[in-house]
Structures are given as C-alpha cells and as structure tokens.
Design a protein around this ligand. Structure first.
Ligand code: ARG
Length: 481
C-alpha cells in the first residue's frame, strides 16, 4: 500500500508559491498558506481511492476520445500514463503531494507532467462528480467484499450448529432461563440476522451502482458527453443490464445518501455482531461455561496469571460504538447542507472508510474465532436439564385437558412455588402434590419433563423442535454453499 504522504514540511504563515494546485491557476496569485493547505487537504485519507480514481479517468478518457476531444494517440498515452502511475502507487513508490489537496489532483497533476494530453483529461469533469464517482466505485467493491465475509460468518455459525446438532441449552429472556432450545437454533438466529444485513447491503448496492459522471461541478456540460458509454465501461448497470445514470446533476454532486445507507446497514450489522459477541462472552464465562475459545483466539491478563479473556468478542462488541458514531456523523454532516456540493462533504470519507474497515474486520475475526470454539457438552446438558425450563409445557398439558391458559398458568405457578418451598426440582413433585394443587393432573403429567419428547413436539415453522432445527440447518447449508 502506498505510504501516507509526508505532510506539511512548511511552517505556518509560509506561502506555497511554487506548489500551487491547478485549481488555483489563473485566478490566484500564488499557492495557499501552509496552514490552509494543511487544513483543507484530504490526500492523507482519500489516497485510498486511487484505484477507482484511475479507473474512472480511463473511462472518461475513452469517452472523450469517442466524442472527439482526445485523439487516439492521446488516449493511449493517457491510459499508459495512468497505468504506470497505478503501478507506482501500488508499489508504494508514488509521492503524494499534500499541496495538491486530494487524490484526484495528485494523479491528474502527475499524469499531465508526464503526458501533455493529460491536460485534456479534466474536460467536462469536476472534482465534484469525480469524487462522487470514485466513492461509488470504491463502495461497490467494498460491499462485495463485505458480503463475502458475512457469508463466511454465516457458514461458521451453521458449521458450529451442525457439529453440535444434538446439544441443548436453555434459551433466555431477560437473561433468565426460559425454555430449552437447540444450540443450533440459537446460532441460526444470528444467521437470520446476518441474512437481513446482506439484503440491506444488496439493496444499498443498487443505489450505489448509479453513475454520476457527467454532472460536472453542478450543471453538467455544454459538450456532447456520452454518459451512457462511461457508465457502461464502469459497469454501472442493473441486474437486467440497463445502464444506470444519475438523473439530476445537482443531486448527483450533493448526494451522499448512498454512503449514509451503507453506514446505516453497517451500523445494524455492527449491532448484530455486538450481540453475538456478548453471547460468546457470556458463554465463555465460568458461570455459563458453555464454550471454550481456543487459546489462539483469547488473550491473557498482565496481572492475573489464571485469566483467559475473550478480548476479540469484547472488541467486536466495543467497535459497534464507532460504527454507530460514523452513521450519526454522516447524518449530521448532511443535515441542513445547502445544494449542492459543499466542502463539508469531504468529511464523509473517513467515516465511510472507518465503517467499511471496521465491520469487515470484525465480521472476519468473529468467523475465525467461531471456527475455534469448542462446545462444553456436559455444561450445556446440565443447564438444559433444569426442569423449570419445561414449566410452560406443563401448562400446555393442562390446556390440552381443556383448562383455560390463564388458569393453567396460575396452577403451574403455584406448583413452582410449592417445589421451591419444598426445596426440590419441579419434576420431583409427586402426583399427590400435583393433584393437591389441581385435580386435573393425571399420571402422565410428569411425562412432560422428558426433554427429548419435549423437543420433538416443537415443530412449528421457526420453532426449536428436533425436526425443524434439522430442517433449518439443512436449508442454510444449502443456501450458503
Ligand atoms: N477532496 C474533495 C472531497 O473529498 C474533492 C472535491 C473537491 N471539490 C471542490 N470543489 N473543491 O470532497
């Protein structure tokens, strides 16, 4: 990766006379004050758009050739020059100049230095539509990469569920034991959540995937640009192959909805990951002891020798904070902003980049960690065999005998209190004790505490029943293959 440019050798108050960017040429008597250059530059972070900036410039040049602005040899020289610059950037050999403000000016200035026809490249283009284009191209790739990582995390969850298909754990509400579920059912809940994240990202992708080039600074161009050609060259097309062009030049240069949408989808993904992380943290505690994370995916304490900490999961949980912050920053940035492009918009990039980097890295490390988790079957079995988890099944037993549910709820509640007072588990109450509370109970009543039968009965669509969970595991295995 290219190095960060070595910024600001100049002292405050000093003018950058000989280093005036082309954007000041003609109109200004000299370069900006050093502190102005320092305050306004974006090259320190937008350099990473270089690949897409070059790609966009190549497509623009092709189009300029088609409409006769560039000669064939000029086009070839420009493409060759841009390719060479790209190789140098990739090799870390390109010298970024902060006084040239941003990635767009750095590349164009260097190209023009090497290739005279480079001076024609910016014909009918403004950095306003150029930066919108670069960001859309960059984000399109990011979304594809992120979707790949999410699918991989989903596969890790499914694999863990499959490997432990017979493991039962208590399901919790209010973090209190509620009803028994298969571990796989719990894991598949996250697979569902992640699938919705994928849908949202795809939906966002469809609005990212629209070409803004040709909008100029604000009002298009008087030159007969072929916008569709540029869009086609850059693959801005919907699923049916129809070219996608922005339809209002003012909207196109002022719009950052696509970045907000990505950051919103990213924030919800981060929230989902934080919840998964929290479950892992709980499960790895001595109190739950449901899982053991491999040493390579845990950390130690600098003081307490016995500690093995789930820091990956804790950081995954913590990182959601900045991703949520990025969304709020972007919304705040756009709020009340007048039409159209305003320099404020330069502040969008670091927030967008940070969200993309953070959610991708977090998704990736969580799937690696889950592939290195062992389930403590004995501890899960002990927790899941708590008969109180089947109290609702006992109420259902009474409902099947014709009792209104509210009354059944009350009767079983009284039995729970009785068992608690007697200091024994719910399933150890005698038939006489059951009938003492309500005569509806028959000999078969205690049968509801058979966990295996209880799980076989929960076969509604989406329920944690034995058959249903197997079906869902198979569905996801197939869908994710
Ligand atoms: N670096 C700028 C940004 O990120 C590029 C666009 C600058 N446009 C301008 N008119 N100054 O927003």
């Amino acid at each position: 990766m290219p190095l960060r440019p070595c910024l600001f050798a100049l002292k405050t108050g000093q003018r950058m006379k000989n280093k005036s960017p082309v954007s000041r040429s003609g109109r200004f008597t000299g370069g900006p004050a050093a502190e102005v250059a320092q305050f306004t530059e974006s090259i320190s972070f937008d350099w990473r758009l270089w690949r897409h900036d070059i790609l966009g410039s190549m497509a623009h040049a092709e189009m300029l050739r088609k409409i006769g602005v560039l000669q064939k040899n000029e086009l070839h020289a420009i493409i060759r020059g841009l390719n060479k610059i790209g190789l140098e950037i990739r090799a870390g050999k390109f010298r970024w100049k902060p006084e040239l403000e941003d990635v767009h000016m750095n590349i164009e200035a260097e190209l023009t230095k090497r290739v005279p026809a480079g001076a024609k490249l910016h014909t009918a283009r403004s950095r306003n539509d150029q930066v919108a284009l670069d960001m859309r191209l960059w984000l399109r790739d990011e979304i594809t990469l992120l979707l790949g990582e999410i699918a991989s995390l989903q596969r890790a969850l499914v694999s863990l569920g499959e490997k432990n298909a017979d493991v039962l754990i208590p399901g919790y509400t209010h973090l209190q034991r509620a009803q028994p579920v298969y571990l796989a059912h719990h894991l598949l809940a996250y697979v569902e959540m992640l699938e919705r994240d994928c849908e949202r990202l795809w939906d966002c992708h469809s609005r990212v995937n629209v070409c803004p080039l040709g909008s100029g600074a604000i009002a298009g161009s008087t030159l007969p640009l072929d916008r569709a050609l540029v869009a086609k060259l850059l693959d801005f097309a919907d699923a049916s192959g129809k070219v996608q062009l922005t339809q209002n030049s003012m909207d196109a240069v002022g719009d950052r909805d696509f970045a907000v949408e990505f950051c919103a989808a990213g924030a919800l993904l981060a929230v989902h990951l934080s919840r998964l992380a929290e479950d892992v943290i709980l499960w790895a505690s001595a109190e739950f002891n449901f899982i053991k994370i491999a040493d390579a995916y845990t950390t130690g304490s600098s003081l307490m020798p016995q500690k093995k900490n789930p820091d990956i999961a804790e950081l995954a949980r913590g990182k959601s904070a900045r991703v949520i912050g990025n969304l709020v920053s972007l919304l705040t940035l756009l709020k009340g902003l007048p039409m159209t492009y305003n320099r404020d918009l330069q502040e969008d990039k670091e927030r967008l980049f940070d969200t993309a980097d953070t959610v991708r890295a977090t998704t990736r490390i969580l799937s690696a960690m889950l592939r290195n988790v062992k389930i403590n079957r004995a501890a899960c079995a002990a927790a899941a065999s708590d008969p109180a988890l089947l109290a609702t099944d006992l109420a259902d037993y009474l409902v099947k005998k014709g009792m209104p549910f509210r009354q059944a709820h009350h009767v079983v509640g009284a039995l729970v209190a009785l068992a608690e007072k007697a200091g024994k588990p719910l399933n150890q109450l005698t038939l006489a004790e059951l009938q003492g509370v309500n005569p509806t109970f028959g000999r078969d009543a205690l049968g509801v505490f058979n966990l295996k039968t209880a799980m076989a009965k929960r076969n509604l669509t989406g329920a944690p029943g034995t058959k249903e969970v197997a079906k869902q595991l198979a569905r996801w295995r197939e869908q994710l293959s």
